[in-house]
Design a protein around this ligand. Structure first.
Ligand code: ADE
Length: 240
């Protein structure tokens, strides 16, 4: 997959996407990330990318032409790709695991980072396929959301997490939060690992993990239980 990020601050992306799993994904050719600065597509003498809002009001609005040309440029870089153009915007649809999975199905993702008071709405009307928000808070720009989305989407790509595909056990994979994990030592500071995990009884361990997932989800995110069908066995586990 190719992810194109359209941002006025390309330097923000140089560090964060170059480590660990995202680095490996890029080194192995499963993922390519390109950052394009709309300022490079502002053709006036001062390379102006923003202007005052029509109708008055405070703040500046990002002009449509540099963003349009920047998007056009990366669209032309990949002939006839199955692509999605997504705007980072606090007023967008909530980004979640299902959206990450869906976006991972495209060959090219173009993530447009807004700034200032927003971007000229004609871009949203005529260029953007959808707007997404990473949460109900307002950030100074779309760069951090674009990194969040790049990370969440990249780890859904086949091969990125390696052979024993960790994404299968993720929080949200089956609509529940993840069960707790432990590693050595068996006892630390007098704090013990749950006995059942040392038993070697895989059926019992699976049952315990399911129960813990249900218990934690009920305690922290009961809203998630509205979206899934619990089995009679699940109801029994919750009652234990
Ligand atoms: N830009 C500013 N805040 C944002 C948010 N919460 N999600 C996506 N883009 C944003």
């Amino acid at each position: 997959m190719r992810i194109d990020i359209i941002s006025l601050f390309p330097e923000m992306f140089t560090g964060p996407l170059g480590h660990s799993i995202l680095k490996r994904a890029q080194d192995s050719g499963l993922l390519a990330v390109h950052v394009t600065n709309p300022r490079d597509f502002a053709y006036d003498k001062h390379r102006i990318v923003d202007d005052y809002p029509f109708g008055g009001g405070s703040g500046m609005v990002m002009k449509p032409e540099p963003i349009f040309r920047a998007v056009e440029n990366v669209v032309n870089a990949v002939a006839s790709a199955n692509r999605r153009i997504v705007l980072m915007c606090p007023g967008g649809q909530p980004f979640d695991q299902a959206k990450a999975r869906e976006l991972a199905g495209y060959e090219q993702l173009i993530l447009v980072c807004g700034h200032y008071e927003g971007i000229d709405d004609r871009i949203q009307q005529y260029v953007i396929d959808e707007a997404v928000s990473i949460g109900d808070y307002v950030l100074t720009g779309g760069e951090l959301p674009a990194m969040v989305i790049t990370d969440a989407v990249a780890r859904m790509l086949p091969g990125v997490l390696g052979a024993d595909d960790g994404a299968q056990h993720d929080s949200f994979y089956n609509g529940l939060l993840e069960y707790p994990q432990y590693t050595r030592p068996r006892e630390f500071n007098g704090w013990e690992v749950p006995e059942i995990l040392l038993s070697g009884d895989h059926a019992k361990i699976e049952r315990w993990r399911r129960k813990e997932s249900l218990r934690i989800t009920l305690a922290r995110r009961p809203d998630l239980l509205d979206n899934i069908e619990l089995t009679p066995q699940d109801h029994k586990l919750l009652q234990e």
